[in-house]
Write a protein that binds this ligand. Structure first.
Ligand SMILES: [Fe+2]
Length: 244
């Protein structure tokens, strides 16, 4: 009987110890398995995906926002998680020093900033409104008229070779100017040829228009004016002009 008890004790020991070991593993797991909070996230569109039709079709909006913008956010988060020097920096700080970072950071920080801006300076046609008197005056003064401004903006957009953006900025002297940047660069970057604060911008990457317009970038630029959120652009102008 004594021998039997000894055998049972040896056999049952692992069963008694196992739950403790398992509990320890569970207690330790969250520290190593919990994912770090991502530095940046995809903002929600401020309107439905079909709200900018017919200027921009719903399918393009869904892919542009949900796939392209999401990819910029994901790639940027990965780059930030892998480089301690980038930790804790805001998107504005990353963009301002884009030229000092690896090209992946420049491209994807730019992609995130540019698209976040882009969604906000558009609105459904019924809510697009018109420029404030101050902005209208500044546009007339800088470009001659609203029509001439739109013509110059379109020209800058169609001339951008490959992928990029066309912008209306308040430059460092406080004046309005049209400029264009390649890839996902923008006028806030240290690498920009012409620097300033963007108050309006259009994405001329093919992913922004190809499903509906194919190669007709000029038609996309013409149709886009109907969905410019002039209230937001006017607010950005007042903010930028007051910053001097
Ligand atoms: Fe885009």
């Amino acid at each position: 009987m004594r021998r039997l008890n000894q055998v049972l004790a040896v056999c049952l020991l692992p069963l008694a110890v196992a739950p403790i070991a398992h509990a320890e593993m569970q207690a330790a797991a969250p520290a190593s398995a919990a994912p770090a909070k991502a530095a940046f996230s995809l903002p929600q569109l401020p309107y439905a995906a079909n709200a900018l039709e017919p200027a921009i079709d719903a399918e393009t909006m869904k892919i542009h926002h949900g796939k392209h913008h999401q990819a910029y956010v994901d790639t940027l988060n990965k780059a930030v998680a892998e480089d301690k020097k980038l930790a804790g920096q805001t998107i504005e700080q990353l963009v301002a020093k884009a030229g000092t970072f690896p090209v992946t950071v420049r491209n994807n920080a730019g992609g995130h900033w540019n698209h976040t801006f882009f969604w906000k300076i558009m609105a459904p046609e019924a809510k697009a409104g018109s420029p404030s008197p101050e902005l209208s005056k500044a546009i007339n003064s800088s470009f001659g008229s609203m029509d001439k401004f739109k013509q110059s903006f379109k020209e800058a957009g169609t001339k951008r070779f490959g992928s990029g953006w066309v912008w209306l900025i308040v430059d460092n002297s406080g004046k309005l100017a049209i400029t264009s940047t390649p890839n996902q660069d923008n006028p806030l970057m240290d690498v920009a040829e012409q620097k300033g604060k963007p108050i309006l911008g259009n994405d001329v990457w093919e992913h922004a228009y190809y499903l509906k317009y194919q190669n007709r970038r000029g038609d996309y630029l013409d149709g886009w004016w109907k969905v410019v959120n002039w209230a937001e652009v006017s607010r950005l102008y007042a903010e930028a002009a007051g910053r001097k």
